[in-house]
Design a protein around this ligand. Structure first.
Ligand SMILES: [Zn+2]
Length: 63
């Protein structure tokens, strides 16, 4: 498992194939090609990327 790149919490739930949700800071996380992609769920249900907020180092994960 990995820590949330935003809040470092391990309180992450699986919501789909390669898709996770951080229950601590309420962002959606998806895994692809060794990187964690971060998304915020907007009030209208759409997703906006938060990847710009993190360095590649922070978004890298090791299984
Ligand atoms: Zn988090």
């Amino acid at each position: 498992m990995f820590n949330c790149p935003n809040c470092q919490s391990k309180d992450i739930g699986k919501i789909g194939i390669n898709q996770y949700y951080c229950w601590n800071c309420f962002i959606e996380l998806s895994l692809s090609q060794g990187m964690i992609n971060t998304h915020q769920v907007e009030e209208d249900g759409s997703l906006s990327s938060l990847d710009d907020l993190f360095d590649e180092e922070q978004r890298r994960y090791i299984l």
